[in-house]
Design a protein around this ligand. Structure first.
Ligand code: GRF
Length: 192
């Protein structure tokens, strides 16, 4: 456990593309007195991302990037990350794949949450594939980001039992609830 006196929260950014329920959850977590992170920046590749509303609500700076030119977008992101002295990045439903070069600059400092029990079901449409394969369990994983998709070292996982009546939609909801528990817990695990 960190000492509360003189302890500095790690300046962090959250990258999103959509709803932002994990973003909201991480902001609430970061606002706790003993949280190891302070969220200073929200990055989105999608100007219509619903999660962007949390920028106004919680008074956190946001930056929206057009990824038509991936290299330029990443350059701009790096610039603002350095300007704002960010040294920890949480991907939360961010739908772009970061380049090797970008990841190298933040080696060991980028983490992601994925809605499956990795290494199973990497990539997109996880819940649909899980239901189709009649799996008995699924879950979520927080892992370090490397240049290989959804393949970095696992920090934390949570298993969820799939009921016979579950659909991809109900499973998504069930797993999101667990995501909101393990994302902060995984951050504590590596930063405390
Ligand atoms: C989550 O299921 C997360 O695991 C995946 O994308 C989804 C984002 O949801 N990477 P939200 O935008 O945080 O609600």
């Amino acid at each position: 456990m960190r000492k509360l006196i003189g302890f500095k929260k790690t300046r962090s950014a959250v990258f999103i593309s959509g709803t932002g329920s994990n973003l909201k959850n991480l902001i609430k977590f970061s606002n706790k007195k003993n949280s190891p992170i302070s969220i200073k920046l929200i990055i989105s590749n999608n100007k219509k991302a619903k999660g962007l509303k949390y920028s106004n609500q919680y008074k956190i700076k946001k930056k929206i990037l057009n990824f038509k030119n991936h290299k330029t977008a990443e350059k701009k992101i790096l610039k603002i990350l350095f300007k704002k002295k960010i040294n920890f990045i949480c991907l939360a439903g961010f739908m772009k794949i970061l380049s090797k070069n970008f990841i190298k600059k933040f080696k060991g400092k980028i983490i992601n949450i994925h809605p499956s029990l990795l290494p199973k079901y990497k990539g997109l449409n996880t819940h649909v594939r899980v239901i189709k394969n009649k799996e008995k369990f699924s879950g979520c994983t927080v892992h370090f980001v490397t240049s290989k998709l959804d393949a970095g070292k696992i920090i934390m996982q949570k298993k969820v039992k799939i009921a016979a009546k579950d659909s991809a939609f109900s499973l998504k909801k069930k797993i999101l609830k667990k995501e909101h528990i393990i994302y902060p817990a995984a951050i504590r695990k590596i930063l405390n």
